[in-house]
Ligand binder design. Structure first.
Ligand code: PNS
Length: 169
């Protein structure tokens, strides 16, 4: 850390999500957040009552594998928690999210305003890379379920893990 960073404190952000599983779109946002902040906490928020495709630990491991070269990124799991409480716990000053378009904005804006209402924390939106705009975890899973090729939507490691899960079902 430089002396200027020491003086103003570490700028830490949270990149929250379900990450079931992490896509190349998520990875792009995490990578860009890591270039803007001193530290990034990728917060995998899950609801224990809802069984996802991947366990929280699998989601964490797949995110970590995708950003192993970034030494200012860590991944943490949180169950049944408000995002603002997660931000307080890790001492983050901002939430960073990617926006793929107007539909994302309509979904994200009330959450950003609620989080600011609850804790005064700001949400920073990064415009999604247009080449990744069509990617979501749910679409990737649907494409894979019906035999489509998800290469170029998720990492090879995530694709293989997804295919292994489908074979087990
Ligand atoms: O990847 P997702 O599913 O779009 O992520 C949504 C997530 C987990 C970021 C959002 O549901 C969330 O913040 N959940 C934590 C509970 C919470 O704080 N709810 C109030 C939001 S204003």
């Amino acid at each position: 850390m430089t002396s200027a960073e020491t003086m103003r404190g570490t700028r830490r952000c949270v990149c929250p999500g379900s990450y079931d599983p992490v896509t190349l779109g998520h990875a792009d946002v995490i990578r860009r957040a890591a270039s803007l902040y001193d530290e990034v906490v990728v917060a995998v928020l899950h609801n224990p009552a809802k069984r996802g495709t991947f366990s929280p630990q699998e989601r964490r491991d797949l995110i970590l594998e995708g950003c192993a070269d970034l030494d200012n990124v860590r991944v943490e799991l949180f169950a049944d928690r408000l995002l603002v409480d997660v931000c307080r716990e890790v001492d983050a000053t901002a939430i960073v999210k990617g926006l793929r378009g107007g539909t994302d904005f309509a979904y994200e804006l009330p959450m950003a305003l609620m989080n600011r209402h609850l804790a005064g924390i700001e949400t920073v939106f990064l415009p999604g890379d247009p080449s990744l705009e069509h990617i979501s975890s749910s679409l990737v899973k649907e494409v894979a379920r019906y035999g489509g090729d998800v290469s170029g939507l998720v990492s090879d490691r995530v694709r293989d893990a997804l295919l292994a899960h489908l074979r087990e079902q």
